[in-house]
Ligand binder design. Structure first.
Ligand SMILES: C[S@@+](CC[C@H](N)C(=O)[O-])C[C@H]1O[C@@H](n2cnc3c(N)ncnc32)[C@H](O)[C@@H]1O
Length: 294
């Protein structure tokens, strides 16, 4: 894949326009999206964090924090405690306004900015906090300029820290595309996947919001191999890639207990695959160290 600034600019404008349409729906979403976080994404992230050496006083940098939803989960609050810190970064004024209105603890703060802008790293570094975890939940697939985002990560991550990126499973998005539920944005999709830019194809990722109609968010498609190679190019080592929900352990329970969207209902364009295969990835990585240097 190669980068081309004019197509990235066009893609950025398109992504902003898709978000403009989605914003009202996203900010009042309920049903499946929140349920997915509660039962799948957040437990997986808490588990990863709890297994690392920091159990209390965690300093979390949340890149693409949206309305600060992770802080609604008491488990994250517990990990941060009184001694830790949380900084949420997002490009959306509206979502940050919702976050700031609800989340007013002294050790919680927010910055508005574009994650692919080289200046955002400087503004975060100015805060003077050594982050333990750089977290990004369902954001990377929305960024046309992923290379600049990863370069920012490289500036922000210290050798003792780690990065957790949660994103849509590429195979799941591929299946949605195949079934016609994920519409392509033809202007940003080349017939030769390698040539477009820093993504293979772009389209409208459907968000099912039971019992309402679906709405869409921007999606720039990359494979697991693309993520590995992009991270590798910026000096990261990928420790682990988890498929979520775990197919043997968690998925059958979610289906059995009928949690939305792991159940069949009108407008659930994810069904039946959502109940059969993992639909998200958690990529855990850290900065590569030259042996002997910390
Ligand atoms: C699908 S939402 C996920 C939000 C949040 N992490 C969550 O789990 O609910 C994607 C978020 O990425 C933000 N975003 C998209 N492109 C961005 C960019 N270039 N810079 C900063 N934030 C961006 C959006 O405003 C939105 O809040």
């Amino acid at each position: 894949m190669k980068s081309d600034q004019s197509i990235i600019k066009k893609a950025d404008e398109w992504a902003v326009s898709v978000w403009q349409k989605a914003l009202t729906r996203w900010s009042v979403r309920s049903g499946q999206d929140k349920s997915y976080r509660w039962h799948v994404a957040h437990p997986a992230v808490v588990d990863i964090m709890s297994k690392r050496r920091h159990n209390r006083g965690l300093r979390i940098l949340d890149l693409g924090c949206g309305d600060g939803i992770i802080l609604d989960d008491p488990k994250f609050r517990e990990l941060i405690g009184d001694d830790g810190a949380y900084l949420g970064v997002d490009v959306s004024d509206k979502l940050l306004e919702i976050a700031r209105d609800r989340l007013t603890d002294e050790n919680i703060s927010f910055i508005r900015g574009n994650l692919s802008d080289p200046d955002i790293a400087r503004r975060i570094i100015e805060k003077g906090i050594a982050w333990d975890v750089l977290l990004s939940v369902y954001v990377i697939q929305e960024l046309p300029d992923i290379e600049s985002f990863i370069m920012n990560l490289a500036k922000l991550v210290q050798t003792s820290a780690y990065v957790i990126i949660v994103t849509v499973h590429p195979d799941f998005a591929g299946w949605l595309k195949q079934t016609g539920s994920l519409k392509l944005e033809e202007n940003l999709t080349s017939s030769n996947e390698q040539e477009t830019s820093s993504w293979r194809w772009a389209g409208y990722y459907p968000i099912v919001d039971e019992p309402n109609d679906t709405f869409s968010l921007p999606h720039f498609h990359r494979t697991v191999g693309d993520y590995r190679s992009l991270l590798g190019k910026s000096g990261f080592v990928v420790d682990k890639i988890l498929e979520l929900p775990d197919k043997q352990r968690d998925l059958p329970q979610l289906v059995k207990q009928g949690f939305s969207p792991f159940s069949q209902f009108e407008n659930n364009v994810y069904w039946p695959r959502i109940g059969e295969e993992p639909s998200a990835l958690a990529i855990i990585s850290r900065k590569e160290t030259v042996s002997g240097q910390e």
